[in-house]
Write a new protein. Structure first.
Length: 178
């Protein structure tokens, strides 16, 4: 479900259900598409750090080859934590490197930045979906709470019961030290 659709549903008081999707019934909820979120977050952090390293220092041919291999291995590892729909999207958007050609620094920067951007979009989508779920749960809880009869379940004499005056009761000394 697109983040905007989830937020619109929450702001209208509707709860996005587990099976709710945006455009197609075949789409799955975003939180279901990331099967191993901790792994995806770790790899995302590593890729972001690699991008910073690529920006910071000039790279010789051996370094560029190593980064090409790390980039390919990172994508392979990410695939283990993603559903097939996201794997397909990742393959469509990522720049493929060939084994026989050493990528330039610019190509590596672009590939890493593209991957970091894709992961950040994925993380923002997850955060929005989780927020929408929390808002829906909160709305559902409030609705259930409003449906309960007032004052049921309490014991007489407990503070906050209907008809009870707040403050000290007659004969109450006001505290242990008074």
């Amino acid at each position: 479900m697109p983040a905007s659709a989830a937020m619109a549903m929450v702001s209208q008081g509707q709860a996005p259900s587990e099976g709710t999707t945006g455009d197609s019934d075949d789409e799955r909820h975003l939180t279901e598409l990331v099967e191993q979120p901790a792994k995806v977050m770790r790899i995302g952090g590593m890729i972001r750090q690699l991008l910073e390293e690529v920006k910071a220092a000039p790279l010789d041919e051996a370094s560029r080859n190593r980064l090409r291999d790390i980039h390919a291995a990172s994508i392979t590892e990410l695939e283990a934590g993603l559903a097939p729909e996201l794997i397909e999207e990742l393959h469509r958007l990522s720049l493929p490197f060939t084994e026989d050609v050493t990528p330039s620094e610019g190509e590596l920067r672009i590939a890493q930045a593209q991957l970091v951007g894709w992961l950040e979009g994925l993380f923002h989508g997850l955060q929005t979906a989780i927020y929408a779920q929390q808002m829906a749960a909160r709305a559902q809880f409030e609705q259930m709470r409003r449906g309960l009869p007032a004052g049921q379940g309490g014991h007489p004499g407990q503070p906050g019961q209907p008809g009870e005056e707040p403050g000290p009761t007659p004969g109450d000394s006001g505290g242990m030290y008074l």
